[in-house]
Ligand binder design. Structure first.
Ligand code: FES
Length: 592
């Protein structure tokens, strides 16, 4: 029969093709459409790259193939689409020999990793979810590392938007979770992260700024950064930060400088400003600190523009909380000096209980006492973060729905402060003093949200609350949890199932993967990703005892209050996966 080689299959005779106009070859991986048009023969994947409709049902005119489902149009020769949302159709080699038509039945690329890297770049540039999903899937199939994919997306987001945004925060939060996610959830996480980071439509691209020609010492750069933050001078702050990076200042010193500058305003932008700064640091941990100059300055614009809580009435009356914080901040050098000799402070949970008091002066006093007793800045941050989680775990169901976000802001801000203080450490005894203002501000934000726990929701599994009516097996509990997230307002049931899972001693990792699944199958809001990741961080810090359980209960209650959603992204992920895996995607439609 004179086949070009074994990879080619006989489609039919040229005469038959001419007579019929098109033939379909059922290759091993996917059906192939062979078309005769104006004296030439073409072969393409028969499945429309948009949603898999059989292209054999389309029409050809002037070298353009039109799919008859959503009317996407393709160049017959190259497979390239005229409608970017539909993606290009893969084509395959075709040869005519001795009156017979042969097609190569295997599709592929000489360098799949490079091909899908470029496709992801295209998908991000045009913000096309389906192209992004296929490219992520293609890169994973080509054994591109998760880190490389996160890096590509993060650098795209940093260059194509004039400032750090929600998308990069989501990407980083999900990037942090990748090590604990099963394969399917990792694909969804990358897809959500990429789609949200690609949302740069209408945004001004970033304008590069240069470091100063001089290299002042770190203390001077930190002083300047605080000054530029306080007078809202963005360009000056960016050049100062770039100079520090160019000087090779360590991540810990950079963190100290930015946290000091970021706390020039109290609880700036309801905590988002510090959360974004912390996420930029975590993103660099993921993608490599050699990208610091491209990424870190993106947080500066928001930091200097942020509105501080000192501008709001609630922080000034009836008690001047800002004055309380400023007075305590002025005592920090003396307090930390007094605590320097003490060792082994570990009263984290006890401190949290006192931070939840309803007297702001007393709250400041217990923080001061803890410092004198030897608590390090990161210890304070950890206690504060647990307090924030308890606000969510005990969030009363009678509150307005929007108040979930109020509780969420306090928790995620506290988590960011905790992570930044851990990063800063205590190597430089005087270096972290300004940064500890983040704890004072967080403690006041926690105080102001005390009404959210009046009356408090009961923590499941405590005070004699029974959980025996719930399933016993680990998988049944997790299935029931996903079922609860599938229905609206199952806040308390979700909390009880989490408590059931943990009190029976089942794997926290499996539970966390289920919570991640619950977020990743939804078109989740920005805060859901933040809540999940901060909760997992804090669970890791606190472990599986009561505190860890309360933290995951907080996560589950928040997620249950915001589920379910439309799940459009999950549908896109599923279509992309099925198109990439081959097979007759639209068989039902093809048979109808
Ligand atoms: S345009 Fe072909 S399936 Fe939508």
């Amino acid at each position: 029969m004179d086949a070009p080689n074994k990879e080619f299959a006989l489609a039919g005779s040229l005469e038959e093709l001419k007579a019929k106009g098109r033939l379909v070859v059922h290759g091993g991986h996917r059906p192939i459409l062979v078309i005769y048009d104006r004296g030439r023969v073409f072969a393409l994947d028969n499945r429309c790259p948009h949603m898999g409709f059989p292209l054999e049902r389309g029409s050809v005119e002037h070298g353009i193939l039109t799919c008859h489902w959503h009317d996407a149009r393709f160049d017959l020769e190259s497979g390239c689409t005229f409608d970017l949302w539909a993606d290009d159709v893969p084509i395959c080699p075709v040869e005519v020999r001795n009156g017979n038509v042969w097609v190569k039945t295997a599709f592929g690329h000489a360098d799949p990793a490079a091909h899908w890297h470029q496709r992801l770049a295209n998908g991000l540039a045009h913000d096309i979810g389906l192209v992004i999903a296929k490219a992520v899937h293609g890169q994973l199939a080509a054994d591109v590392s998760l880190t490389d994919i996160v890096r590509q997306v993060a650098l795209f987001g940093a260059q194509n938007r004039d400032g750090w945004g929600m998308g990069l925060t989501i990407l980083t939060a999900l990037g942090n979770l990748l090590p604990v996610l099963p394969e399917e959830e990792a694909y969804l996480a990358l897809l959500h992260g990429a789609r949200r980071a690609a949302d740069c439509d209408g945004e001004a691209p970033r304008r590069e700024r240069a470091p100063l020609g001089s290299r002042p010492d770190a203390a001077a750069l930190k002083r300047w950064l605080r000054r530029w933050a306080s007078v809202r001078h963005r360009e000056a702050a960016e050049r100062t930060l770039l100079t520090a990076i160019a000087a090779g200042v360590s991540p810990a010193v950079l963190a100290d400088a930015l946290l000091a500058a970021g706390t020039e305003r109290a609880f700036a932008d309801t905590g988002h400003s510090l959360d974004f700064i912390n996420k930029a640091f975590e993103c660099l941990d993921l993608i490599g600190w050699e990208h610091a100059a491209a990424l870190l300055p993106t947080v500066v614009g928001q930091m200097v523009a942020a509105r501080g809580a000192e501008e709001s009435t609630a922080w000034r009356q009836p008690v001047d909380l800002v004055a309380l914080c400023e007075e305590a901040a002025s005592e920090l050098p003396e307090l930390f000096a007094a605590g320097r000799g003490a060792r082994g402070w570990s009263d984290h949970a006890a401190l949290t209980r006192e931070l939840l008091s309803d007297d702001p002066a007393k709250i400041v006093d217990v923080l001061k006492a803890a410092i004198r007793a030897g608590a390090a800045p990161a210890d304070l941050g950890r206690s504060l973060a647990y307090g924030g989680a308890l606000r969510v775990a005990r969030f009363g169901n009678a509150n307005e729905h929007a108040d979930w976000e109020t509780a969420h802001h306090v928790f995620t801000h506290a988590n960011a402060v905790h992570q930044m203080l851990k990063r800063i450490g205590t190597a430089n005894a005087d270096g972290h003093l300004m940064a500890v203002r983040g704890v004072l501000h967080g403690a006041m934000a926690l105080y102001l949200t005390r009404y959210l726990n009046v009356p408090p929701a009961r923590l499941p599994g405590e005070g004699g609350a029974q959980l025996d009516d719930l399933p016993t097996g680990a998988e049944m509990i997790r299935a029931a949890l996903l079922d609860a997230f599938d229905r609206q307002r199952q806040v308390d049931l979700a909390a009880r199932l989490v408590a059931r899972h943990l009190t029976l001693g089942y794997s926290p990792q499996a539970l966390i993967a289920t919570l991640a699944r619950a977020v990743l199958r939804e078109d989740a809001g920005f805060h859901a990703y933040q809540m999940l990741e901060a909760g997992v961080r804090q669970f890791t810090a606190w472990g599986g005892a009561d505190e860890g359980r309360h933290i995951l209960i907080a996560v589950a209650r928040y997620l249950a209050a915001h589920s379910p959603t439309e799940r459009a992204a999950l549908q896109t992920a599923d279509i992309a996966r099925r198109l990439m895996r081959g097979g007759e995607l639209h068989k039902e439609a093809g048979a109808s």
